[in-house]
Each structure stands twice: as C-alpha cells, then as structure tokens.
Design a protein around this ligand. Structure first.
Ligand SMILES: [Zn+2]
Length: 101
C-alpha cells in the first residue's frame, strides 16, 4: 500500500464517521479513523527510482564518449561510466544505468 492509498483509507474512515449510518457506533468509527490515520502516518513514502540511461557514442573523433538520457556528453579516457564508478548522472542526478548493447 502506498502512502497515498493509506491516506485515502484514513479520509474514508473519517468521512464514514461524519455521514454514514452503517450501524457502527460513533466510538467504533472514530477508533477506525484513528487507526487508519496512524497506519497512513507509518506508511513510508516510496519515491520512484529515477534512472538515466547512458549510451556509448560511436564517435571516431572522440572515442570513449557516452551520451546520457538527459543529454549530457561525457568522454572517458578508459572504460565505461560504471567502470569509472559513476553511480549517478552528472547531468540530472538520477541513478546512472548503462544501456545494454
Ligand atoms: Zn541524466
């Protein structure tokens, strides 16, 4: 469950308390709302993992040149970005991934 889904459940529980006549006591509905809010609060936010894919440029004039997914060109004297311990893109900050060729 995402944090937004947990918050939606909490809001629904509060809405039930105010408007719905579902046979439950106000106490039970308030307890359900509190439980749902606590659940939402403790649900971690899961950020999508952004990746920037780097591709080797076949360039006779600048061998060892790579192009990032966000448009940065970078030339290595030896090896690939990962072989040079680059873990994040220097152009956009996303996780660096090399395109499989
Ligand atoms: Zn990038």
């Amino acid at each position: 469950m995402t944090k937004d889904e947990a918050l939606d459940l909490a809001l629904e529980a509060l809405d039930n308390l105010l408007y719905w006549d579902n046979g439950k006591s106000d106490y039970d509905q308030a307890r359900e709302a509190i439980t749902a809010i606590k659940q939402a609060r403790s649900t971690p936010v899961q950020e999508p993992v952004a990746e920037c894919v780097w591709e080797h440029e076949d360039n006779d004039y600048m061998p060892g040149t790579w192009k990032s997914g966000c448009g940065v060109f970078w030339t290595f004297t030896d090896g690939s970005p990962v072989e040079n311990d680059m873990k994040y893109c220097c152009g956009c900050g996303a996780k660096l991934k090399e395109k499989n060729t």
